[in-house]
Design a binder for this molecule. Structure first.
Ligand code: 5GP
Ligand code: ZN
Length: 116
């Protein structure tokens, strides 16, 4: 099941070009942009083009699509300037800090990340 595009969704608007963003990478499945309020020296967002509310909205096929997006990080990390190391975060639900209900993966890098 996909939720397709949601005309009120800020990330769908970014994907459709209705809200400007600095696109660092794009293919048929996803875009990678800079977060507007960075919480690390480098803070990127990997955003699947299909509108899934959150990580629990995926099924077998769409989880495979997300896996393919994640696999791209290997070749993209030098281009994105994150090959020195990066951290991925997916917030699911308001109580975990999710504010945009279109599945996205935070990519934090640039040093200074506290280990945990
Ligand atoms: P969440 O809190 O849902 O896990 O992450 C949403 C992220 O999207 C936040 O870090 C927030 O700064 C970012 N964000 C929200 N609106 C925009 C926008 O219009 N442009 C960009 N580039 N990032 C946004
Ligand atoms: Zn959306």
């Amino acid at each position: 099941m996909t939720d397709s595009h949601d005309k009120n969704c800020v990330f769908c608007k970014i994907i459709d070009g209705l809200i400007p963003s600095e696109r660092l990478y794009e293919d048929d499945k996803m875009i990678i942009i800079r977060d507007i309020q960075p919480k690390a020296k480098i803070h990127l967002l990997m955003i699947p083009k299909e509108h899934y509310k959150d990580i629990t909205s995926l099924d077998q096929r769409t989880a495979e699509d997300l896996g393919l997006c994640l696999l791209k990080l290997k070749e993209l990390s030098p281009v994105l300037g994150i090959d020195g190391g990066f951290r991925l975060i997916i917030n699911r639900g308001e109580r975990a800090g999710q504010t945009v209900f279109h599945l996205h993966i935070h990519i934090l890098a640039g040093g200074g990340l506290i280990g945990f």
